[in-house]
Design a protein around this ligand. Structure first.
Ligand code: ADP
Length: 178
C-alpha cells in the first residue's frame, strides 16, 4: 500500500542498474613476488595475505627476469629517478639475492588494483604499516639504499593493463567472468 508510487511518479530502474554496473567493474592487476620474497621463502605467506582480498588468480608463473623486461617494467622511473631505476632493475633481475626467480601473478575482481595495493603497503618498507606485506617483510638495503619491499603491484588500472601485456601472453591467462 504505502510503497506503491503516486500517479505520475517515475521510477528510473535503468539508471539504478547502470550505476550498480559501473561500481562492480571487474579489474585485473599484476603482482610480482620479487627475488627477495622467493629467497626468504615468503611465497606462501604472501599468497595467504593476498587471499584476504577474495580476488581470484587468473595467471601465475615462476620466471627469470631478463634485463630488457625489467627495464621496460620500470621505464617510468628512468627519467624521474635514474639512479633508483638502475638499482630497481638490478634488484628485480635478482642481482642482490641468491635467486634470480620471481613469481608473476594476475589477480582479478572488483577493485583489484586498490585492494592489492592496500595490502602491499607503502613503497618504503619503513613507512609501510606493520600489518602490510611490505611493512612485515621489507627492508632498506643498507648498501644500495634500495627499498627491498618483496612485492610489486600495479598502481592504476591503466598501468595494470600495460604491465599484464608485458609479463603475460593472452593464452597464459584464464578467461573467467567471476
Ligand atoms: P612501487 O613499487 O610502490 O609502485 P615505484 O614504481 O615508484 O614504487 O618504484 C619501483 C621500485 O623501486 C620500488 O618498489 C622500490 O623497490 C624501488 N624504489 C622506489 N623508490 C625508491 C627510493 N626512493 N629509494 C629506494 N628504492 C626505491
Amino acid at each position: 500500500m504505502g510503497s506503491s508510487p503516486t500517479p505520475g511518479t517515475r521510477i528510473c530502474f535503468s539508471n539504478m542498474s547502470s550505476k550498480k554496473k559501473s561500481k562492480n567493474k571487474i579489474e585485473r592487476t599484476l603482482v610480482i613476488i620479487k627475488p627477495d620474497g622467493l629467497a626468504k621463502s615468503l611465497t606462501g605467506n604472501i599468497l595467504t595475505a593476498l587471499s584476504e582480498t577474495k580476488l581470484i588468480i587468473v595467471g601465475a608463473k615462476i620466471m627469470k627476469v631478463p634485463k630488457k623486461l625489467a627495464e621496460k617494467h620500470y621505464e617510468n622511473l628512468k627519467k624521474e629517478k635514474p639512479k633508483i631505476f638502475k638499482e630497481a632493475v638490478k634488484y628485480l633481475c635478482g642481482h642482490y639475492h641468491n635467486t634470480n626467480r620471481v613469481m608473476a601473478l594476475v589477480y582479478q575482481g572488483e577493485k583489484a588494483v586498490s585492494k592489492i595495493r592496500k595490502i602491499c603497503g607503502a613503497t618504503n618498507p619503513e613507512e609501510a604499516k606493520p600489518t602490510t606485506i611490505r611493512g612485515r617483510y621489507g627492508r632498506i638495503n643498507s648498501k644500495t639504499q634500495v627499498f627491498e619491499n618483496v612485492i610489486h603491484a600495479s598502481d592504476s588500472i591503466q598501468q595494470a593493463k600495460k604491465e599484464i601485456k608485458l609479463w603475460f601472453k593472452p593464452n597464459e591467462l584464464a578467461r573467467t567472468k567471476k
